[in-house]
Design a protein around this ligand. Structure first.
Ligand code: FES
Length: 231
C-alpha cells in the first residue's frame, strides 16, 4: 500500500515546480489511509502543488506539514519521530506542535527563534482516511458508515477519467466493484495522475477483499491503457 506522492530519489531536492493548472482544493482532500501512517512514522503526501510530510507522533497525533526543512530544505518526510516531535534526518533539527523548531542539536542550549517554523496544513481523520486542507474547512471531513479503509493506489490517469471508469463524477463515488459496495475517494495528484483510496464493506472476508483487489487493479490497467491511447 503506497502513499500517494511521488518518491524522491534526491531527498534534499526542492519541491517540484507545480504543473500549470494545479490548484489547491478548498475542501478536505483524502491524502492517505490512517493505517498507512502508523504511530511514530512519517511519509510523503500531496495537496495540489504542495508536497506534504504526513506524520504521526508517539501518542498517535496526526499532522501534515510542508515537506521541507526550514534549515536546508531536506524533505521532512524522510525524518524520524521521537515522542511528539518530527526531526529532520540531515542535521537533526526537531519540530514540535505547530511546526515550531524546538531543538537544534548543534546548539543544545539555544531556544530556537519562533521564526523557524514549518508551514502546517489542516488535517483530520475520518472513516480510516487522513484528510488534508490548506485552510481549515467549515466542517469535519465526511464519514462513511458501513465501510472501512481498505487500500490506496496511484493511477496514471486524470481524476476525471478514473471517476468515469468507476461510473461516477467528482471525487467521492459510491459504486459496486468486485461484487462489493464500495466508496472510492479520488485524490487529484500532480502530473495528471490520481490517487484512489478505497473503502470496503465492514466485515468483508479475505476472499471478498482479494476479489476487490483484483477488480480494482484491472480497472487501473484499463484506465491507464485508455489514457495512453488518448495521449
Ligand atoms: S536540513 Fe534539516 S536540519 Fe538541516
Amino acid at each position: 500500500m503506497g502513499m500517494m506522492g511521488a518518491a524522491c530519489s534526491d531527498p534534499c531536492a526542492s519541491a517540484p515546480t507545480p504543473d500549470t493548472g494545479d490548484t489547491v482544493p478548498t475542501d478536505w482532500t483524502p491524502a492517505a489511509l490512517s493505517d498507512d501512517i502508523p504511530v511514530a512514522s512519517a511519509a510523503p503526501g500531496q495537496l495540489g502543488p504542495h508536497d506534504l510530510a504526513i506524520w504521526r507522533s508517539a501518542s498517535g497525533r496526526i499532522a501534515a506539514w510542508a515537506d521541507r526543512c526550514p534549515h536546508r530544505g531536506m524533505r521532512l518526510s524522510h525524518g524520524f519521530v521521537r515522542g511528539e516531535r518530527l526531526s529532520c534526518i540531515y542535521h537533526g533539527w526537531g519540530y514540535g506542535e505547530g511546526g515550531q523548531c524546538v531543538r537544534i542539536p548543534a546548539h543544545p542550549e539555544l531556544t530556537p527563534p519562533e521564526a523557524i517554523r514549518v508551514p502546517v496544513f489542516s488535517v483530520a481523520e475520518a472513516s480510516g482516511v487522513i484528510w488534508v486542507a490548506e485552510e481549515a474547512p467549515d466542517g469535519p471531513p465526511p464519514e462513511f458508515p458501513g465501510v472501512v479503509a481498505f487500500r490506496s493506489l496511484q493511477v496514471s490517469a486524470a481524476p476525471e477519467a478514473l471517476a468515469a471508469a468507476l461510473g461516477g463524477t467528482g471525487t467521492v463515488i459510491e459504486t459496486v466493484l468486485g461484487g462489493a459496495q464500495v466508496v472510492a475517494l479520488i485524490q487529484p495528484l500532480r502530473g495528471g495522475a490520481a490517487g484512489l483510496h478505497l473503502l470496503a464493506p465492514e466485515g468483508s472476508d479475505p476472499a471478498a477483499l482479494d476479489a476487490l483487489s483484483a477488480e480494482v487493479e484491472a480497472l487501473r490497467r484499463r484506465v491507464e491503457a485508455a489514457e495512453e491511447m488518448t495521449a
